[in-house]
Design a protein around this ligand. Sequence first.
Ligand code: FES
Length: 115
Amino acid sequence: MRIGGSENAMEGWIDVGPADLMEGELRGLEVGERLVLLARHLGRITAMDDSCNHAGCLLSGGWMQDKKGAVVCPCHEYAFELGSGRNVTFPRLCDDQPVFEVRVERGRVMIRLPE
Ligand code: FES
């Protein structure tokens, strides 16, 4: 889904759509030039870079690993913890995944991307 995003320039928060993710859902978005993965796990919505830092596959095409609270990349099955982006795969053959701040406001998901 491509998002133009309405941005609150004062604070840098971008509206990326309704907070209607189902439990366990992975949703890939294009926000400007950036690929963003939204996920809902145990009711909490998180956001991270959708492009896996190992070899660029889209994490939104992967699956949720409930026990670890992580998303698993479909290409080489590395797992990244939702919320922190920590690589929870052993051995760790790639970096942690960048994550973004998220808040839900009036039923909308707002994210803040790094400069
Ligand atoms: S591209 Fe994601 S684990 Fe290799």
